[in-house]
Design a protein around this ligand. Structure first.
Ligand SMILES: C[S@@+](CC[C@H](N)C(=O)[O-])C[C@H]1O[C@@H](n2cnc3c(N)ncnc32)[C@H](O)[C@@H]1O
Length: 442
């Protein structure tokens, strides 16, 4: 049997004949008709494009709160018709852009390529519509697959059940045709499929990333409550830091923020340490194009003229951070210390500080309010001239910092709704600063 998955000519023919409306001119900017909600954009826009053409829609997923950063990153790669969605960005793209986002975009979690849209109002309809797809053209019986489902709306209330029905439809088709079926592998499948349902609108997408892109490959060990690498990269960009001053994280845990800061400052691509992507198992995998994209991105790696400091009071955290920093070959670029934040003398010249203190129910602190009070005191007295940012989900503890925030950005750390809060620590009082600024303006 010679079934191959993805993008073969016969698949193109099959798909064109059976699945899609006639393709639109892919370069045109499609306007979304009134009545199509933001959440149905994915279904609507994907139904208007033909993924077998050179240009198609790409959906890039991210964490809630980072959509605008992701839009900027994707636009910087030259993508067209880039639109923010909820926890995702949709844009027009092709294979080259799909590879580039996978390798170069710091706030991307997944890059998905839509291949089929239809409507279904119940499990049986879903099963029937999935069976209409010729899966034997997409998968071989000796290959593995898995389905990640996201459902919302009235008709499909259990995402796991929807993915099970879709799985049944696929394996039943194989059993009927060959008497055997491809197996499920949730960790490292040959084909990862994303099932997206909003109300009765179903979109099936191929997952070109495979394992989520926050798995950069440099974090060999983690301490308690490690930050997601994509969130860390997003927070760094949300501060507006342009790698034009020092960077400090004085509660660095496993070292995620300083490592992401160093990668950002030195233009080390986020995929630099990673080895596997989902599209590498696709039949249309273009190793030459992939090599070229990596080489072009790697050629931009540069030096950083300021300092990156990482410290933590826990010896275990510092040992883990050291291992990760060494693995990323950043030991000469990140100055790592075991220090209580309150004993740290920051570098001359000011800079930016990002702190991810203990919060949520993942870390037990004896007195969280006191910890935040001490953070505020230390920032005020030891970090003059610094722009300090703190992420927390604990609104009560945050008040104990005792400093007036100059910005508050809502972001999500996994299931936790957080605030990313900025404090500008001036030399002298705010009144002195305003007087100095007034003088400068005269
Ligand atoms: C939520 S974890 C940080 C996780 C880190 N962002 C990462 O990605 O792994 C909080 C860290 O704050 C550290 N910490 C708590 N109080 C501290 C203090 N007073 N000085 C320095 N580190 C402190 C803890 O040891 C812990 O590693």
């Amino acid at each position: 049997m010679e079934n191959r998955f993805l993008f073969l000519r016969r698949h193109v023919m099959f798909t064109l004949c059976t699945l899609y409306q006639p393709p639109l001119n892919n370069t045109q900017n499609i306007s979304i008709p009134e009545g199509i909600s933001k959440f149905n954009n994915i279904h609507y826009l994907c139904s208007k494009f033909n993924p077998m053409e050179d240009n198609y829609q790409l959906i890039t997923k991210t964490a809630a709160g980072l959509e605008d950063v992701l839009v900027r990153e994707i636009k910087a790669l030259g993508a067209k018709n880039v639109r923010p969605m909820h926890r995702a960005v949709i844009c027009e793209g092709n294979k080259e852009l799909m590879y580039r986002i996978n390798y170069e975009v710091r706030t991307a979690l997944k890059v998905l390529k839509p291949f089929k849209t239809f409507t279904a109002k119940n499990d049986d309809e879903l099963y029937k519509k999935v069976q209409e797809i010729n899966w034997c053209e997409l998968l071989r019986t000796d290959q593995t697959f898995c389905i990640d489902a996201v459902t919302s709306g009235r008709f499909f209330t259990h995402s796991q059940y929807a993915s099970l029905r879709m799985k049944d439809a696929i394996v039943d088709q194989f059993r009927d045709v060959y008497g055997i079926r491809p197996n499920i592998n949730t960790l490292n499948p040959d084909l990862r499929i994303s099932l997206h349902i909003r109300e009765d609108k179903v979109t099936l997408l191929f997952d070109s990333s495979g394992e989520s892109l926050h798995h950069r490959g440099y974090r060999k060990q983690v301490d308690k409550a490690p930050m997601n690498e994509v969130l860390a990269a997003g927070l760094i960009q949300l501060t507006g830091w342009k790698a034009d001053c020092n960077f400090l994280d004085c509660m660095c845990g496993s070292g995620t923020l300083p490592i992401e800061a160093a990668m950002y400052a030195m233009k080390i691509p986020p995929g630099y340490y990673r080895k596997q992507w989902g599209f590498m198992k696709w039949d249309d995998y273009d190793a030459e194009l992939w090599q070229r994209i990596r080489q072009e991105a790697d050629e931009k790696i540069c030096d950083f003229d300021y300092e990156i400091w990482a410290s933590d009071r826990s010896p275990k955290a510092v040992a883990i951070a050291e291992g990760n920093i060494n693995y990323a070959h950043l030991q000469h670029d990140i100055h790592l210390m075991k220090k209580d934040m309150h004993d740290l003398t920051p570098p001359e010249g000011g800079g930016i500080v990002i702190i991810n203190p203990p919060y949520g129910d993942r870390l037990e602190e004896d007195d969280i309010d006191q910890l935040y009070e001490e953070i505020g005191h230390t920032l005020k007295h030891n970090f003059q001239g610094f722009q300090c940012w703190l992420i927390t989900d604990d609104a009560v503890a945050l008040r104990h910092v005792g400093l007036k925030p100059t910005a508050k950005i809502p972001v999500w750390n996994g299931p936790l709704e957080c605030r990313f809060v900025r404090f500008d620590i001036f030399e002298g009082s705010l009144k002195d600063k305003k007087a100095r600024e007034a003088e400068d303006n005269n």
